[in-house]
Write a protein that binds this ligand. Structure first.
Ligand code: NAI
Ligand code: COI
Ligand code: MG
Length: 359
């Protein structure tokens, strides 16, 4: 089983190294064997090869059984033209592999209720999924550009969706809801945007094939409030690329920290890409401060969805919970009485827990 490891920038390599450690622990003592090969992406790739997604990286990723991704981009490259931006390498990879369905499970670990900045009673029992459309919307729509008109600088992007793009992610949402609590909340801004009107029409049409799933529609601005106020009311949220990007960072706080939120980007057939929801966190990079659990939990999703190793995925998740239950914390989820660990030590703790659980 081939895993392409694209660690990228900032804390990307630090947290990805811990996920690799966890995968090696799964392989130990006659476990499944993984062929892991690294390739450059993001600023690291641009600085080395003049391209944030070198052809050799794209090719290796396409041929792998799964991709473990870290983070791409830095504040310096973010403001350059697109082809020189680290993050653009990731956007291109998602597009090239047609990874349209990005699942971001938001689970309030009972072990972490005291670490959240939110009240225990507000987040207890939270278990929802944000399904973000990942290959279209205003991030990819054309025309886009900048210019000068009447002496004024202008800039424009295009929010664009086709009905096929909406229908396929909507189906993924209904299928996911069917395996959970059978509630799908479609999030749009149909009171303002043409794309959202199409989004809502298609949602209603696709819903006819899923009479067993309850579909409701909510506006994105209201959902950003309801997510904090009554998060237990959500099962699966399906939404567009930009709304999903923003809502899932907000939802991350229900888990205690953005360092806890994993993700799976899938297209139903080919290779899947697995990455923590957070970015390259330049403010803490190189300091052994980053929480690697989002990356480790992403590796668990990789085992489950791309490699079909359910038992091993569950074991990795159990190891994470055990380490939390034993009171180990990185700084972002620190609470009174807990033992503070750095990135590496947290990775070691999870790897050891995996080995112990395997017996
Ligand atoms: N998927 C990707 O590759 C993404 C890349 N980015 C890029 O990352 C860079 C930084 O972006 P930001 O907006 O600051 O978002 P960010 O997610 O990197 O950081 C936001 C805040 O969360 C903290 N944080 C993030 N991950 C953490 C972890 N594992 N443990 C503890 N704390 C953590 C950071 O220290 C920072 O204070 C930018 O260049 C941006 O373009 C941003 C989001 C996603
Ligand atoms: C390059 C960005 C769109 C990455 C990001 O913010 C994300 O995937 O959540
Ligand atoms: Mg984001």
């Amino acid at each position: 089983m081939k895993i392409a490891v694209l660690a990228g920038d900032g804390i990307g390599p630090e947290v990805t190294a811990q996920a690799v450690k966890a995968l090696r622990a799964i392989s130990a003592n006659n476990g499944p064997q993984f062929e892991m090969a690294e390739a450059p992406i993001g600023d690291a790739a641009f600085n080395q090869h003049g391209d944030p997604l070198p052809p050799s990286t794209a090719e290796m990723a396409a041929k792998a059984d799964a991709i473990l991704f870290g983070a791409a981009g830095t504040y310096e490259s973010d403001l350059r033209p697109a082809e020189q931006r680290g993050g653009h390498g990731l956007l291109r990879l998602r597009k090239q592999l047609d990874l349209y369905a990005n699942f971001r499970p938001v689970f309030a670990f009972p072990e972490l209720l005291g670490a959240s900045s939110l009240k225990r009673e507000a987040i207890e029992g939270v278990d929802l999924v944000v399904l973000r459309e990942l290959t279209s919307d205003i991030y990819f729509g054309t025309p886009r550009g900048r210019g000068v008109e009447n002496g004024q600088r202008h800039a424009w992007n295009t929010m664009r969706y086709t009905e096929a793009e909406v229908a396929r992610v909507m189906r993924a949402g209904f299928e996911a809801a069917r395996k959970r609590r059978r509630q799908l909340c479609s999030v749009d801004k149909a009171n303002v945007l043409e794309t959202s009107q199409l989004w809502r029409e298609v949602a209603i049409e696709v819903a006819r094939d899923y009479p067993d799933v309850e579909l409701r529609h909510e506006y994105v601005d209201a959902v950003s409030m309801h997510l904090i106020r009554r998060p237990r009311d959500f099962d699966v949220i399906v939404t567009g690329n930009i709304f999903g990007d923003i809502l899932s960072d907000a939802a991350a706080m229900l888990t205690g920290s953005i360092g806890m939120l994993p993700s799976a980007s899938l297209n139903g057939e080919g290779v899947g890409l697995f990455e923590p929801v957070h970015g390259s966190a330049p403010d803490i990079a190189g300091k052994d401060l980053a929480n690697p659990l989002a990356s480790i939990l992403s590796a668990a999703l990789l085992l489950r969805h791309s490699l079909k190793l359910e038992a091993e995925a569950a074991l990795m998740e159990k190891a994470v919970r055990q380490v939390l239950a034993e009171g180990y914390r990185t700084g972002d989820i620190m609470e009174e009485g807990a033992t503070r660990l750095g990135t590496e030590a947290m990775g070691d703790a999870v790897a050891q827990a995996i080995l112990k659980l395997k017996g």
